[in-house]
Design a protein around this ligand. Structure first.
Ligand SMILES: Cc1cc2nc3c(=O)[nH]c(=O)nc-3n(C[C@H](O)[C@H](O)[C@H](O)COP(=O)(O)OP(=O)(O)OC[C@H]3O[C@@H](n4cnc5c(N)ncnc54)[C@H](O)[C@@H]3O)c2cc1C
Length: 369
């Protein structure tokens, strides 16, 4: 075990979602004294997720199968109601509450102390202060506290570009094995989705934060259309939503006085700006942050910069492409020319997403020409 030198713990993990639970598990496994704090009363609840994970997550999460509700084989992309274009995209729909609780159990099993119902009010040199006035001291802080991260704010890494979402869970009339994506000029910076989950479906809409006032009416419209088509029922079983970082990678490291801070998951902008997917990157970055944290408190200070470099190498290029595509969509929207072509060129199913230079700069040049 690493000496805590008078602190309550070596590594304090703020937030016990996928990133934080993975960080806590990795750091505890490597011998650090770990305390994890989360404001939620119970791990994973309330669920704010459409619950799709890629097949590859199985390599990172042992026993992922126990959280899987149904398989996904493909992605069906509709453009303004036309389509779909169908592409293979294997993955799973998980029970997100069970998945998050599972990751926390793994962290506890590795020796991390995971405390729920603890709201952190301030992140500072030497630890955190909770809203009840108590303090927890630490030699290093991992900020895994989501899109509005306090830890990130403390070191100047702030998610300024966000998508907002609204989602309902409704009965699924016809069993389905694809994630349906609805691209439309009415949802700039986002899209509509139907993700099947056995007998129900997660039906949602995401848009740029500037358009969030339309979310409710857009989702009611999508719901009514899909009821008319005989795909889903009227009964709304659950309502959720939340923000998703959409501005790309933030600087994932910093320091508060003598206390190193590492960010993981949504806290450092790892959700994909176009698809909104962030579970897998949260789990992977959380594990990497936990491992780096242990190296740093054991005296290998260079592990801080190594972590930043590895995160940039692993996630930077894909996030950068997605950020540019989303900026292109928002520029087209602002110019009043967001149509089917622009929507398709900016969605992962189309070849042009991967090859086209389409972005805010090239669009501005196109407008000027
Ligand atoms: C509607 C919706 C649908 C989505 N669908 C998908 C999907 O299908 N697939 C996918 O891959 N991604 C999806 N995402 C994105 C995905 O949910 C996130 O990228 C992922 O949860 C990031 O994990 P995280 O651990 O970084 O952050 P979070 O899961 O947000 O966890 C952060 C934790 O920090 C805690 N916390 C925050 N502030 C404090 C504080 N001050 N004190 C104490 N605790 C605090 C929170 O309670 C929370 O438990 C979706 C997001 C939304 C909103």
């Amino acid at each position: 075990m690493i000496a805590s030198a008078g602190s309550d713990c070596d590594v304090l993990v703020l937030g016990l979602g996928p990133a934080g639970a993975s960080a806590a598990a990795a750091a505890a496994r490597a011998g650090a004294r770990v305390i994890g704090l989360d404001k939620r009363a119970v791990a994973g609840l309330p669920v704010q997720c459409a619950e799709f994970v890629p097949l590859s997550l199985g390599a990172e999460v042992a026993d992922l199968a126990r959280d899987v509700v149904q398989p996904i084989e493909a992605m069906a992309s509709y453009t303004e109601g036309d389509g779909p274009r169908r592409d293979p995209l294997p993955g799973h729909i998980v029970d997100r509450a069970r998945f998050d609780a599972h990751l926390v159990e793994t962290a506890r099993g590795a020796g991390a102390e995971c405390r729920f119902g603890r709201v952190v009010a301030e992140v500072r040199d030497g630890g955190v202060r909770l809203t009840d006035g108590s303090e927890v001291s630490a030699r290093l802080i991992v900020g895994a506290d989501g899109p509005h991260s306090l830890a990130g704010r403390a070191i100047g890494s702030v998610n300024r570009v966000l998508s907002h979402t609204r989602q309902i869970t409704v009965p699924l009339v016809v069993p389905h094995r694809a994630t349906d994506i609805f691209l439309s000029a009415s949802t700039p910076g986002g899209y509509g989705w139907l993700f099947p989950k056995a007998e129900v479906a997660n039906l949602g809409i995401g848009v740029d934060a500037s358009e969030r006032r339309w979310l409710r009416i857009l989702l009611e419209g999508l719901h009514a259309t899909l009821v008319r088509r005989g795909r889903v029922g009227w009964d709304v079983r659950a309502i959720t939503g939340g923000a998703i970082p959409a501005g790309g990678l933030l600087r994932p490291t910093g320091a508060l006085g003598a206390t190193p801070v590492l960010l993981a998951g949504d806290a450092c902008g790892l959700a994909n700006p176009v698809t909104g997917a962030g579970i897998a990157s949260a789990v992977v970055s959380g594990r990497m942050a936990g491992e780096a944290a242990v190296a740093i408190v054991a005296g290998r200070g260079a592990a801080l910069d190594d972590y930043a470099e590895e995160i940039a190498d692993l996630f930077g290029p894909a996030l950068d492409r997605a950020r540019r595509r989303r900026e292109g969509v928002m520029a087209a929207h602002a110019a009043g020319r967001l149509g089917p072509n622009e929507l398709q060129r900016s969605w992962i199913a189309w070849e042009s997403y991967w090859s086209d230079p389409f972005d805010a700069v090239s669009l501005a040049e196109g407008v000027a020409a």
